[in-house]
Design a binder for this molecule. Structure first.
Ligand SMILES: NC(=O)C1=CN([C@@H]2O[C@H](COP(=O)(O)OP(=O)(O)OC[C@H]3O[C@@H](n4cnc5c(N)ncnc54)[C@H](OP(=O)(O)O)[C@@H]3O)[C@@H](O)[C@H]2O)C=CC1
Ligand SMILES: CC(=O)C(=O)O
Ligand SMILES: [Mg+2]
Length: 415
């Protein structure tokens, strides 16, 4: 562990500090290059954009950029450590945007007092970018912030911890339940956590067929039930009319456990109480709600996923955000709507059922085989087909649902 700690610190420090830099897409070698790039030539696109703001997509990088914006109030599962401490994660998201979807992402960490101040700050800079990816903003403020920004901004605004996580979780859960022989509308769910990711994941799973009365959601005070008076309006959506109050009471006979809370909150004894052939997605980062080796020790019939790269079944929003933004940017979608989100769920779930190319296996030297089954319910982040399949499905859904400014798929989607 300490070895990984030092390796991670060295990775971030050397050979240059941080993980991203700006690169140029036009020559800047000669005086003529400078006359075009800067004064006097730059005045020409300025005039065009002033006359027609849409020309920003033609003459600037706007259309291929995303701002990754955080206030550091829910950094992974590490908590509220402030905006500056969130910078490595936001740079990390920018790295993933670039590597997986060739999107130029800029990390922005915002210090603010009120939610309104944060909203105003983001609204004021939103037109600079092709899209806004909100990241690691805690509940319940994240809901109010995202809603206001969707209303006020002209570009897609997407809170990744809500919707990216929900899309990937739903895709993996649909596949895992099927492998376990469970019907989604009959499965009993325990969701540990009642914040940004948990509320969005369970909302998406309800759209996919889970029955609301079959969901037991817990926060730090235990089961969220209809007689609790200390819950906000978002938790209230999942208040269960039940006499059960503790994790041990609700986990007994549960088919699926979804962890979006914090480390080590699920014990081996709890796992032993679950129904036959259970599914556990312990998605808290970096440390899951239970370690896979502990869970597998008590249940041989288990399908297990985590948010991490170093175990099978990585249930992590990296499988979604680069590709949903690629699709949205390519057809210049004004928003990321439910149709686009459902298209992403289906594309990710379907990809896990396809044969895995050798190039993907080669990226995982410790894995000898990958085929649809308990250890492979969801595609690997390194799978290049995520880009083509998910972005295309999302772009098509944007066109079909009437939110795309460009109504034909780009040529490269037709290959
Ligand atoms: N794998 C993935 O792709 C993703 C994983 N996550 C993980 O999900 C977790 C939550 O993130 P997010 O929703 O953004 O954060 P929020 O701050 O919005 O929500 C955190 C929630 O977890 C609950 N919680 C925290 N600790 C415990 C505990 N010990 N027992 C019970 N409940 C607890 C909180 O309870 P209360 O309401 O009582 O404070 C709150 O409801 C993080 O660990 C994060 O890493 C998030 C996004 C993506
Ligand atoms: C993966 C991620 O976004 C998180 O853990 O917050
Ligand atoms: Mg996050």
């Amino acid at each position: 562990m300490s070895d990984l700690r030092q390796q991670a610190l060295d990775y971030h420090e050397f050979p240059v500090a941080g993980k991203t830099a700006v690169c140029l897409t036009k020559p800047a070698e000669t005086s003529m290059d400078l006359a075009l790039a800067y004064s006097p030539g730059v005045a020409e696109p300025v005039r065009e954009i002033a006359a027609n703001p849409d020309d920003a997509y033609r003459y600037t990088a706007k259309g291929n950029t995303v701002a990754v914006i955080s206030n550091g109030t829910a950094i992974l599962g590490l908590g509220n450590l402030g905006p500056l401490a969130s910078k490595p994660v936001m740079e990390g998201k920018a790295l993933l945007f670039k590597h997986f979807a060739n999107i130029d992402a800029t990390d922005i960490e915002v210090k603010h007092r009120t939610a309104e101040e944060f909203i105003n700050t983001v609204e004021a800079i939103a037109d600079t970018f092709g899209g806004i990816n909100l990241e690691d903003i805690k509940a319940p403020e994240c809901f109010e912030i995202e809603k206001a920004l969707i209303e006020r901004c002209n570009v897609p605004v997407f809170h990744d911890d809500q919707h990216g996580t929900a899309i990937v979780t739903a895709a993996g859960m649909i596949n895992a339940l099927e492998i376990q022989g469970k019907e989604i509308d009959k499965a009993i769910f325990v969701c540990m956590g009642a914040g940004a990711a948990a509320i969005a994941c369970m909302t998406m799973l309800v759209k996919c067929g889970v029955q609301r009365e079959n969901v037991y959601m817990l926060d730090r005070k235990g089961v969220i039930h209809t007689r609790r008076e200390d819950i906000n309006e978002y938790k209230a959506l999942f208040a269960n009319n039940t006499d059960k109050r503790t994790l041990q009471e609700v986990i007994k006979g549960a088919d699926a456990f979804l962890g979006l809370s914090g480390p080590d909150v699920l014990a081996a004894e709890d796992v032993a109480l679950m129904a036959d052939k259970p599914v556990i997605f312990a998605c808290s980062n970096p440390d899951p709600e239970i370690r896979p080796e502990i869970a597998h020790d008590v249940r041989k019939d288990l399908i297990m996923g985590t948010g991490r790269s170093d175990y099978p079944n990585q249930v992590n929003n990296v499988l979604c955000f680069p590709f949903i933004f690629r699709g949205a940017l390519d057809v210049r979608a004004s928003r990321i709507n439910d149709e686009m989100k459902i298209a992403a769920v289906n594309a990710i779930a379907a990809l896990a059922r396809e044969e895995v190319p050798a190039s993907v296996l080669a990226a995982y030297p410790n894995v000898s085989e990958l085929s649809f089954g308990p250890d492979y319910v969801i595609p690997k982040p390194m799978d290049p087909r995520l880009l083509s399949n998910v972005a295309k499905a999302v772009a098509q859904a944007a066109i079909d649902s009437g939110v795309a400014a460009i109504e034909t798929l780009p040529d490269n989607y037709m290959l």
